[in-house]
Design a protein around this ligand. Sequence first.
Ligand code: FPP
Length: 254
Amino acid sequence: MFAKPSQPAAPIEGPRHVALIMDGNGRWAEARGLPRAVGHREGVQALKRTVQAAPDLGIGCLTVFGFSTENWRRPAEEVSDLMGLVRSYVASDLKRLEREGVKVRVLGRRTGLPADIEAIIERAEKSTAHNDKFILQVAFNYGGRADIVDAAQRHVDLVLAGKATGPLDEETLGLGLSTAGAPPVDVIVRTSGEQRLSNFLLWEAAYAELVYQNVLWPDYGPEALADVVLQYRNRDRRFGGRATPYAAPALAVG
Ligand code: FPP
């Protein structure tokens, strides 16, 4: 039996940066007897609704997990469907994102991607680089461990070239991550009821709040995102310290 905090945590502001693991496209489709590709296609619609709703909820940055370094293990047809969705999403939405002041950043390794996808990513980043109203980061061919390894390797390369010195510290390594420059991740959300990070934003997750929602990604939208904001504001973020008075637990846990 644990004692409750002596008083409710003071409401906090934000979140500024929400990261989303968009899970459940396959299950959504299978439940309807439809091909998984339809689930992914509906997933893109959910992504559009969510990006549109974010600024009104005070969110300034969204990071979404579009394709992981492990997703290459899926059948070739599904991999190809997911690549096709990037093509159509950028073709149908890039102009609007440009116009609405959204800066698009794509996190993850470029090597191994089809050449046209690489070019599309570069075009989306370049044409929105000057925007500053909202940041949309799409993790694509992304793995959290790989991103940390790449950041460390970048530092090693600089040291070997005589452009940096050791020892490596957290701030320097953080500057080499693909999320460098974005605000700190306040909350990581996973949909579909699964409760794990699956190699997403491992470094950035250190003090992020975690929210698990029982909604399949194609059903996601403004209401679910508003619920994330509400849950987040009721959390007591301490970053290892003691932000609010807290009654010691009745039982010590060793
Ligand atoms: C997880 O559902 C979702 C993905 C692997 C991909 C997410 C991609 C989209 C929502 C498409 C939009 C992306 C971009 C970049 C335009 P799952 O297939 O693992 O679902 P399941 O766990 O129910 O099988």
